[in-house]
Write a protein that binds this ligand. Structure first.
Ligand SMILES: [Zn+2]
Ligand SMILES: [Zn+2]
Length: 245
């Protein structure tokens, strides 16, 4: 850890011992369990707190290889595109089916296992301190700010941006009609395309092909799938202003 790059962590976001314990094993490979993968896919990832926790822990232990998070959210954004593409909205799949598919059918995997901000665990002190340290996640968000800033949900952030996260898109489709999904297609496509480029850049032959827009798409995808609430509360203010000047 480089001391000169140390950033004050948000006091509101401290992962519990149990959460670090789980997420550490998660990034070691338990995320690859087929049942877990299927559940994460069906539920659009994790809740707002635990999706940030996943990013924080993976960035803390593997600052140059935030791979598990990228693969999961890359897959989910491809799913979003599939559910909401132009054909889905205007053609074969009725809008109410698309809206239904945007709902998570069950609780967040970690919440469901009983993990929360006071969960106890058996993480050794060094690992606990490293897993809680938000420095790398904040640096990742700050360095790639231009990749996520245009995609912050206006309703989560309380701005007049027309961009919506999944949760607010469901709400808007319920109140304003399914056609509103069409207005979100371009941003969802853009997040998915940039995130795919970032994901591919983990391949040796494509290393270095990713840009700040591509890396920032990981934050956008987490925000889109899980809502921006916890990101806005605990991470993004440390990475620069959330609203454009
Ligand atoms: Zn959760
Ligand atoms: Zn939102």
């Amino acid at each position: 850890m480089h001391e000169e790059g140390k950033v004050e962590s948000a006091r509101t976001f401290v992962l519990s011992n149990g959460e670090v314990d789980f997420l550490w094993w998660f990034i070691q490979g338990s995320i690859m369990d087929p049942g877990v993968r299927a559940r994460l896919y069906a539920n659009w990832g994790l809740c707002s707190r635990h999706s940030l926790g996943f990013l924080v822990v993976e960035a803390a232990f593997r600052p140059h290889l935030i791979h598990g998070c990228t693969i999961l959210y890359g897959e989910l954004m491809r799913r979003a595109l599939h559910v909401l593409d132009d054909r889905g909205i205007h053609g074969l799949v009725p809008g109410r089916v698309s809206r239904h598919l945007l709902h998570a059918p069950g609780p967040c995997h970690l919440c469901d296992l009983g993990y929360h901000e006071r969960s106890e665990g058996n993480v050794p002190p060094d690992r606990l301190a490293q897993g809680r340290d938000m420095t790398n996640a904040v640096r990742f968000a700050a360095d790639n700010r231009r990749g996520w800033l245009p995609y912050v949900c206006g309703r989560c952030a309380g701005t007049d941006s027309p961009v919506l996260c999944r949760l607010h898109l469901i709400e808007a489709m319920e109140h304003e009609g399914v056609q509103i999904a069409k207005s979100q297609h371009a941003s969802i496509l853009s997040i998915s395309t940039h995130l795919s480029t970032f994901e591919n850049s983990f391949r040796w032959d494509l290393r270095g092909t990713d840009t700040a827009e591509d890396r920032g798409a990981l934050i956008s995808a987490i925000g889109w799938c899980s809502g921006w609430t916890e990101l806005i509360r605990s991470l993004l203010p440390l990475a620069g202003k959330i609203c454009p000047p």
